[in-house]
Design a protein around this ligand. Structure first.
Ligand code: 5GP
Ligand code: SF4
Ligand code: MG
Length: 459
């Protein structure tokens, strides 16, 4: 998912709409904006793409000079309008809206407690748990209630909370999901990715720190925290696949990081006999350029993407995914015919994409197809909000690289090493402000995983 927030601008809802456009790649299932005019909170939301959900009339109805907004990804609690965020809660003690990116690993555990003490849940998303925890807190002041609630959460969250007179911004203590703050004139803006700042002409200020809680109001910004930072673990998959190339996370540009992954792969392979390097649009073009640069094999446009289909992975069922892949990519016959092709992709999850593309390139006349992947084999599920679902679906679980190579029908297959990945991103573990989560590759989860931790897609 993606979150966006703005405080202190009279076009808050419209700017949120632009912000969500920049974050559209982070979720296509639904989108919402909640704005406040200092007295009331107004929500506009719906299922579908940002430009399908909103129109001028709806944006105008979300009055006020502060707003939080969200684009929703398939994970975390099934479909349906009830799960489209920001979630809005009206109560006698004050109306609240909340937008969340990430997945909590102890949501079920907390939910059990809350239900036994009388809470009733409206949606299946774990985000609702946060609001119940705030409302159930015995602390006297709202800010302390929020801090207590946040301190009980385990797992991944970049959270925005809007009340009529404040916007609260928080990031989990491991810093799993990205979140940055910026300024647009005198207004504060917050976004999952910095490309949202570029789009609205805001200036990047800094990334939100793990465990940090920022309180933004007409009085300005107050820096506080709800927990100390713990084992900093920025999601490596954001750098590999998820984030947009023009965004920076902790001031590391995504395109440049991907290019270094491609270069690193070429170094790790050593020598490869091939005529052209091609990337799978869009997410692996950067890595393919890096690979070509380092190996000296020319980069070519071997595959074309149809812009008018969504991200294939994000479709909920395997059948839809398979169909999506076919609609999405076509080979450029003149580029690949009779050639030994290096095909760079960012990851192999189920293997659907690679298998299909190898076949497509061979049908287009490629003599050999060498698949190089700018990440290590994905053999473990993600509990933190990226839809790498269950072991059975992952082609790398219980298979050797040779077996995966045979499965996808490639001539050779090479994955980037975990160390090479860390080096290419530029977040060495020795630097405690720079660590990464690599759990889906290594199986070492940075947080506790509970017996009742539910994978997002199982909710
Ligand atoms: P597969 O087809 O092997 O199941 O998925 C890998 C392909 O899906 C890659 O081309 C990658 O760019 C794309 N992809 C889409 N969504 C995701 C995601 O959430 N995680 C990863 N690792 N790859 C994804
Ligand atoms: Fe990212 Fe993988 Fe960690 Fe999930 S398990 S947060 S996808 S690195
Ligand atoms: Mg791809």
């Amino acid at each position: 998912c993606g979150v966006f927030g703005i405080w202190g601008h009279d076009a808050a809802a419209h700017l949120s709409y632009y912000g969500l456009h920049a974050l559209q790649h982070r979720g296509q299932e639904g989108a919402g904006i909640v704005a406040t005019d200092g007295e009331f909170l107004k929500a506009v939301k719906g299922e579908g793409l940002v430009n399908e959900v909103f129109n001028e009339e709806k944006l105008k109805s979300a009055k006020g000079n502060a707003a939080i907004a969200h684009v929703r990804y398939t994970t975390a609690g099934g479909g349906g309008i009830d799960n489209v965020q920001p979630l809005l809660f009206r109560s006698s003690t004050g109306t609240l809206a909340i937008a969340h990116n990430g997945n909590l690993v102890n949501a079920n555990h907390l939910k059990g407690h809350l239900e036994r003490s009388g809470s009733i849940f409206h949606s299946t998303s774990d985000t609702e748990v946060v609001v119940h925890l705030i409302k159930k807190s015995k602390k006297p002041r709202f800010l302390e209630q929020v801090k207590e609630a946040l301190s009980l959460l385990k797992g991944a969250f970049s959270i925005l909370i809007l009340s009529k007179d404040r916007m609260l911004v928080a990031r989990d203590r491991n810093g799993l999901r990205p979140l940055s703050i910026g300024k647009l004139g005198d207004s504060w803006v917050v976004a999952s990715e910095t490309n949202a700042f570029d789009l609205i002409g805001a200036e990047y200020v800094r990334d939100v720190e793990p465990g940090e809680l920022l309180i933004i109001s007409d009085k300005g910004i107050e820096e506080d925290r709800f927990a100390a930072m713990e084992k900093r673990s920025m999601c490596a998959m954001e750098y590999i696949y998820f984030a947009r190339p023009d965004s920076n996370i902790d001031q590391i540009n995504i395109h440049m990081a991907r290019k270094r992954m491609g270069k690193q792969l070429a170094k790790e392979i050593g020598h490869i006999e091939a005529d052209v390097v091609t990337g799978v649009p869009d997410s692996s073009i950067s890595a393919a350029i890096g690979f070509a640069e380092e190996s000296g094999i020319p980069y070519e446009l071997g595959l074309i993407k149809n812009r008018y289909t969504g991200r294939t992975f994000i479709q909920p069922t395997q059948e839809l995914r398979e169909r999506g892949v076919k609609m999405k990519l076509s080979p450029v016959v003149q580029v690949v015919k009779g050639k030994r092709v290096v095909m760079v992709d960012d990851s192999i999850v189920r293997g659907t994409t690679s298998r299909r593309i190898v076949r497509m390139l061979k049908e287009a006349g490629a003599k050999e197809v060498h698949v190089v992947i700018s990440s290590p084999p994905l053999a473990n599920p993600c509990f933190y909000g990226i839809d790498i679902s269950s072991d059975e679906e992952l082609i790398a679980t219980g298979r050797t690289v040779d077996e995966i190579c045979a499965e996808i029908g490639a001539d050779t297959l090479t994955f980037l090493s975990p160390n090479g990945l860390v080096e290419a991103i530029g977040r060495p573990f020795e630097d405690e402000t720079r660590g990464l989560c690599l759990a889906c590759f290594t199986g070492n989860y940075p947080t506790e995983i509970f017996p009742d931790t539910v994978l997002p897609h199982e909710k």
